[in-house]
Ligand binder design. Structure first.
Ligand SMILES: [Zn+2]
Length: 97
């Protein structure tokens, strides 16, 4: 696969044989908050870049014990080594008309 940090082939996954990048040991930072259905679109966008992102889905509130699904905020977390470039990708998507 392609390393999201140095853009080189990592061989058999992580850690990267060139730059040592390893999402397993990285510090993960939240770079964006989105709302459905944009979370699904951005998730597939980041996957197309082979960026290891985590989508943390939390309900904002509850009504009688049920989470409010459609309004739930989704936090996007990525390893901090690639946080700024991933934020740029999301921002460029957001800027599209
Ligand atoms: Zn690398």
């Amino acid at each position: 696969m392609i390393c999201p940090k140095c853009k080189e082939q990592t061989g058999n996954g992580f850690p990267c044989s060139r730059c040592g990048f390893n999402p397993e040991t990285s510090k993960w930072v939240i770079i964006a908050r989105v709302y459905p259905p944009n979370d699904v679109i951005i998730e597939s966008l980041l996957r197309s870049y082979e960026i290891p992102a985590k989508f943390i889905r939390e309900a904002i509130g509850t009504v009688q014990g049920l989470s409010i699904g459609p309004l739930a905020e989704v936090k996007i977390a990525v390893p901090e080594e690639i946080a700024s470039e991933t934020a740029e990708i999301i921002k460029s998507y957001d800027d599209e008309p």
